[in-house]
Design a protein around this ligand. Structure first.
Ligand code: NAD
Length: 332
């Protein structure tokens, strides 16, 4: 049996990993704590750690993992901006789940968009109170509007297919354009022409705060912004200013740049200590979900299969097809 230490465990993780672990010859010790320099020592006795999006896998954590005999970092997610890849290089491999269900994330982006545009989140509350008034609920047709997609990888393309299905015109920006018919435009032109902008690029030094004061000024009045990728793609203060001034018509956010302390936790009995997040949540045309775009049955099953497969391949001496090889400077 290969022993692994599993960090930031939630009940739904256990269901999917427990169902498959024996098949892969893997024994799992679950920890609710996030992985950090302080908690990394808990992995002692395991050969690998399984980590998620808000775990801290910086230089210090990697050093503690190494000291405690860990030989592999297995991310159970696609993004890896929380890993210091240069610190891990030549110390231990880092593997991830590059694709589990791009549809899960793309469909969640659509859910955010439709909810905001047609105000169904408010209608739900109103009708539960037997208030059947429609005042304030005027939306707009997405059909015929222009969607600008930043990052046309697996999730971006899945979202494009969905939005084409509802009759949106699509333009895109990606430094590595994909094959097939898609109108790629420079980033500035995308900001100027889009009615809806959806972020599907990774967080790198180039994409950090790609939505900022300057880019918001270039955007159409009443633009809608969707972020299901990584929080720090958006300068949140600039977003709030844009919403306050009426420049931005709505924002659907599954991620937030300071999310790690808050998302995935039940804080309903406490005072929210992040005023910026509190301001965002209180805005009537902002919809915040707590990094849940991936959370479907299909995606969780694939995440467990691929993560356990990655671990088994590593300790069986097989090639690591999902190893992350650093290409660009990644911001932690
Ligand atoms: P992917 O690697 O298939 O696609 C990323 C695309 O971004 C690529 O086409 C790449 O060329 C492009 N890109 C790179 N640098 C860019 C730049 N400077 N400007 C514009 N585009 C750039 O990744 P994916 O599977 O489509 O995932 C996209 C992102 O979604 C991930 O990086 C991750 O952060 C996020 N994600 C979020 C969730 C969630 O639950 N909210 C789940 C999975 C992934």
């Amino acid at each position: 049996m290969i022993k692994v230490a599993f960090f930031d465990t939630k009940p739904y993780d256990k269901i999917y990993f427990d169902a498959l672990k024996e098949e892969y010859g893997i024994e799992i010790e679950y920890f609710e704590s996030k992985l950090s320099p302080r908690t990394a020592v808990m992995a002692k006795g395991a050969k690998a750690v399984v980590a998620f999006v808000n775990d801290n896998i910086g230089k210090e954590t990697i050093a503690v993992l190494k000291e405690n005999g860990i030989e592999l970092i297995a991310l159970r997610c696609a993004g890896y901006n929380n890993v210091d890849l240069s610190a891990a290089k030549d110390v231990m491999p880092v593997v991830r789940v590059p694709e589990y269900s791009p549809h899960a994330v793309a469909e969640h982006a659509l859910a955010l968009l439709l909810t905001l545009v047609r105000k169904t989140h408010k209608a739900y509350i109103r009708t539960r109170d037997f208030n059947f008034s429609l005042n304030g609920f005027v939306g707009f047709d997405l059909h015929g509007k222009t969607l600008g997609v930043i990052g046309t990888g697996k999730i971006g393309m899945a979202f494009i297919e969905i939005c084409r299905g509802i009759g949106m015109n699509v333009i895109a920006y990606d430094p590595f354009p994909s094959q097939g018919y898609l109108e790629y435009v420079p980033l500035e032109e995308l900001f100027e022409r889009s009615d809806v902008i959806s972020l599907h690029c990774p967080l790198t030094s180039e994409t950090y705060h790609i939505v900022n004061d300057y880019s918001i000024k270039m955007m159409k009045d009443k633009v809608f912004i969707l972020n299901t990728s990584r929080g720090a793609l958006i300068d949140t203060e600039a977003l709030i200013d844009g919403i306050r001034s009426g420049k931005i018509g709505g924002a659907g956010l599954d991620v937030y740049e300071e999310e790690s302390e808050f998302f995935y936790e039940d804080l309903s009995e406490s005072i929210l200590k992040d005023d910026v997040l509190a301001r965002l949540i209180m805005m009537p045309n902002v919809l915040v979900t707590s990094h849940q775009a991936f959370l479907t049955h299909e995606a969780l099953k694939r995440i467990a299969e691929i993560t356990l497969g990655n671990i088994k391949s590593c300790f069986d001496g097989q090639p690591l097809e999902n190893e992350i090889v650093a290409k660009k400077k990644i911001i932690v």
